[in-house]
Write a protein that binds this ligand. Structure first.
Ligand SMILES: [Zn+2]
Length: 258
């Protein structure tokens, strides 16, 4: 299966309040010979319905990575968890993310559907990622890097059978992260705009420059501000190409296999 070891499905690619594009949420499927491992990267307000549409058997989901505790990255979890329970899911779900992840998800569940958290048909295994050391999510090797964003945010690198995937979550990737994410096959970058600066966000120019310097060969630009996507979305690929990086501005349902 060389060349096809990680399948990436873009369930949502939008920013927080986009009426057309569901919140950025990506299903990473690690194609093991026996049983694939499926990890959903972020699950915001509008992401869960998109995940169900894009993936025929959501009960197979093994884990969820939450990059940070903004609503457009984790407020979809009550929907996701309760629907999985409605389907009678039995196996544990691993939820991994920033410090405070267990308390935040428990609180969100309690606000959305009081009392439901303790009555789910399956267990949840929470873990907090530590950027100082490697860790595993559902048996997949991972490293976290701190991202420059108003809310504490972790980017994540996965390594699997010689292939590597990097997802930034929201914000600008600091130069200090370059060593950890160096040489990834695919980088999924938050790019709020083409080239203008907005506090706590990245843009296509910066993401392209970082990727080129870090040897990341392929960039998917997500989370673009809704008006910016309409006016400048068609320029993204060429801008990334100018930096020497292969790029794409994916639509929901887009698939990349690395
Ligand atoms: Zn955010």
């Amino acid at each position: 299966m060389k060349g096809q070891d990680i399948k990436v499905v873009f369930c949502g690619v939008g920013e927080a309040f986009d009426q057309d594009y569901p919140n950025t949420s990506i299903l990473a499927i690690f194609l093991d010979k026996r049983i694939p491992v499926r990890i959903l990267l972020d699950c915001g307000f509008t992401a869960a319905p998109s995940f169900w549409k894009m993936y025929s058997d959501p009960l197979e989901l093994d884990g969820v990575w939450i990059s940070h505790l903004h609503g457009d990255h984790f407020f979809g979890l009550p929907q996701l968890l309760i629907r999985l329970s409605e389907h009678g899911r039995q196996k544990d779900l691993h939820i991994c993310g920033v410090k405070g992840i267990k308390e935040a998800v428990t609180w969100a569940m309690e606000l959305a559907y009081p009392g439901k958290m303790t009555r789910l048909s399956f267990g949840i295994v929470f873990s907090e990622a530590d950027s100082r050391q490697p860790f595993e999510i559902c048996g997949i090797r991972a490293r976290a890097v701190e991202i420059d964003h108003p809310q504490a945010c972790l980017g994540v690198r996965f390594d699997f059978r010689g292939k590597s995937l990097f997802y930034t979550g929201d914000g600008r990737v600091p130069e200090s992260a370059r060593k950890v994410v160096h040489d990834c096959d695919l980088g999924i970058f938050e790019t709020f705009s083409l080239d203008s600066s907005k506090h706590g966000h990245s843009n296509v120019e910066e993401a392209g420059a970082f990727a080129a310097a870090a040897g990341i060969r392929h960039v998917a630009a997500v989370h673009m501000q809704r008006a910016e996507r309409k006016s400048n979305g068609q320029l993204v690929q060429a801008r990334l190409q100018k930096k020497g990086v292969r790029g794409v501005l994916p639509e929901p349902g887009h698939v990349i296999v690395i």
